[in-house]
Design a protein around this ligand. Structure first.
Ligand code: ADP
Ligand code: MG
Length: 344
């Protein structure tokens, strides 16, 4: 076959393979956009595990009418402009891929109204050349995205969807991570028109208040027993909650690690945490934690994985030792206290 440029729709569908694994990935991308837009209220409506429909409404900055079409095209972003920006990422998104990818594998409608615009507009793509249609709509300040029939035009991907129950469980987990990542944002999750989760916005970000949201997400038991960690050694800082070793269980369901506010499954951080727990844990128990690690954005590369599940730290050794030390100290202190109690 001769070499040819791929049609736009096919190129977008290929890119979608990397970002849109299942309905929960759509929820993650759309919520990240809402947070980047400064929203502090998110409402997520799901039908049939997200396979039929996903709707997300936010009260963020909105998208101007003349930028709606652009927002749906690939490599279009308002978040970075130069390589320097890429090396010091402040936003959750920056690749300009999510909306184009999602709209290439579903029926997407984008409705938005910036506060400065008197009316709302709705955009959607049509046909093989992904032409964008635009018409007037009714919407308060902010943005709504309506995704229907995910993978309707990519049968091979559709086959990999699991049951509605399983897909919804993935969405619920995604929403938990969001709730843990932004205590200052209200999040509501509805399934089949019924409210499933509601995390009200915290106006007061004290540890006690935050712990209440942690209790809602991770359960009362974890929140009651967890030790609070707070440590700073420039340029690093970590805060969060870890279970005392004797309270850790077999399930690895509470292992949340955020790097600069972004949920991660990072091998290096996991290793450091595991190592700290090692000498205290009973056999076959696993560490239980919700930790927030912060470092200068120049010292971490988030552009490693299309879905941004992984990061690369420039100074791996230092990061590892910092986390190891912070967790070890908290566990050691608690262990010493517990020993004292049992000996008196
Ligand atoms: P990225 O997030 O990487 O920039 P996306 O394809 O996810 O790429 O979004 C493209 C652009 O559309 C964003 O850069 C942003 O300007 C705009 N956008 C998307 N979602 C929203 C939203 N909920 N509110 C305001 N602007 C949005
Ligand atoms: Mg995005």
């Amino acid at each position: 076959m001769p070499i040819r440029q791929l049609p736009i729709e096919l190129a977008n569908q290929i890119a979608a393979g990397e970002v849109v694994e299942r309905p929960a990935s759509v929820v993650k991308e759309l919520v990240e956009n809402a947070l980047d837009a400064g929203a502090d209220e998110l409402s997520i409506d799901i039908e049939n595990g997200g396979i039929k429909r996903i709707r997300i409404r936010d009260n963020g900055c909105g998208i101007a009418k003349d930028e709606l079409a652009l927002a749906l095209t690939r490599h279009a972003t308002s978040k970075i402009a130069t390589l320097d920006d890429l090396e010091a990422i402040q936003s959750l998104g920056f690749r300009g891929e999510a909306l184009a990818s999602i709209s290439s594998v579903s029926r997407l409608r984008l409705t938005s109204k910036p506060a400065s615009q008197s009316e709302a507009w709705q955009a959607w793509t049509e046909g093989r050349d992904m032409g964008v249609r635009i018409e007037p709509a009714a919407h308060p300040d902010g943005t709504s995205i309506d995704i229907q029939d995910i993978f309707f035009n990519t049968p091979a991907r559709r086959k990999f969807l699991r049951t509605e129950k399983t897909e919804f469980a993935h969405i619920d987990e995604t929403v938990k991570r969001i709730a843990l990542s932004r205590f200052d944002v209200a999040v509501t999750l509805n399934h089949q028109g019924k409210r499933v989760r509601h995390y009200p916005r915290l106006r007061d970000l004290s540890e006690a208040q935050q712990r209440r949201r942690v209790a809602k997400v991770c359960g009362e038991q974890f929140a009651e027993q967890a030790l609070y960690i707070e440590r700073e050694a420039a340029p690093y800082s970590v805060t969060g909650w870890i279970a005392p070793a004797q309270a850790c269980r077999h399930q690895a369901d509470i292992q949340y690690c955020f790097v600069n506010g972004r949920m991660m499954r990072d091998k290096l951080l996991n290793h450091a945490i595991r190592q700290a727990y090692e000498r205290y844990l009973l056999p076959e128990r696993v560490p239980t934690y919700v930790l927030y690690f912060w470092l200068p954005s120049q010292q971490v590369d988030v552009n490693v994985h299309p879905a941004k599940h992984e990061v690369r730290f420039h100074q791996q050794r230092q990061v590892h030792d910092f986390i190891l030390q912070a967790v070890t100290d908290a566990l050691r202190q608690q262990h010493a206290l517990a020993e004292q109690e049992t000996s008196t």
